[in-house]
Design a protein around this ligand. Structure first.
Ligand code: ZN
Ligand code: ZN
Length: 170
């Protein structure tokens, strides 16, 4: 079983990292959201009087509930720290550009840009939906009943053909 992270644990890691980097972030609110499902972490900022200001860090409750290894959780938290750090330092939204990636590497974390890549570490079974005419992948679903209903009621948008399914791990 992996560690379950509390809000305090998350704040502690952010605060320590901010101190180490000489760019404190303990004033920035940290929110744990039960509504975030696909996105595991995000950093919000806003413009005020022409200046970019931090608004909040948000992390998915799912990220912290013991599903993921401590290493992955740390990577996600530090990834968001880097957004805060480079954007506030330069007053520019760097997104996932070269400056962002460089800062990730200097912090010792992966410069992967999306959590999706981490999800791949614990893939689960699901179904790919393919167009039976041209073979193009047109969707993916986890649940068998959802897949059955799609196959019964829908046609592919590419060829208006039948939809076939293929089991896959993703
Ligand atoms: Zn990012
Ligand atoms: Zn097609």
């Amino acid at each position: 079983m992996n560690k379950i992270w509390s809000l305090e644990d998350v704040k502690k890691l952010l605060t320590e990292t901010g101190k180490k980097e000489g760019f404190p972030c303990e004033e920035v609110p940290v929110v744990i959201s039960t509504k975030m499902e696909k996105t595991m972490g995000s950093f919000y900022f806003r413009m005020r009087g022409g200046k970019m200001e931090p608004h909040s860090f948000r992390f998915s409750a799912k990220l912290l509930d013991g599903t993921y290894s401590g290493e992955i959780v740390e990577q996600v938290i530090l990834h968001e720290f880097v957004h805060f750090y480079v954007n506030m330092r330069d007053q520019v939204n760097h997104h996932h550009d070269a400056v962002f990636k460089e800062a990730c590497r200097s912090l010792g974390i992966s410069d992967h840009t999306y959590f999706k890549e981490f999800v791949a570490l614990s893939p689960k079974k699901g179904y790919l939906l393919l167009c039976a005419s041209c073979g193009k992948t047109i969707g993916r679903r986890r649940r068998a009943d959802a897949v059955k209903s799609i196959v019964r009621t829908k046609v592919s948008s590419c060829c208006h053909g039948k939809i076939k399914i293929k089991e896959a791990v993703f």
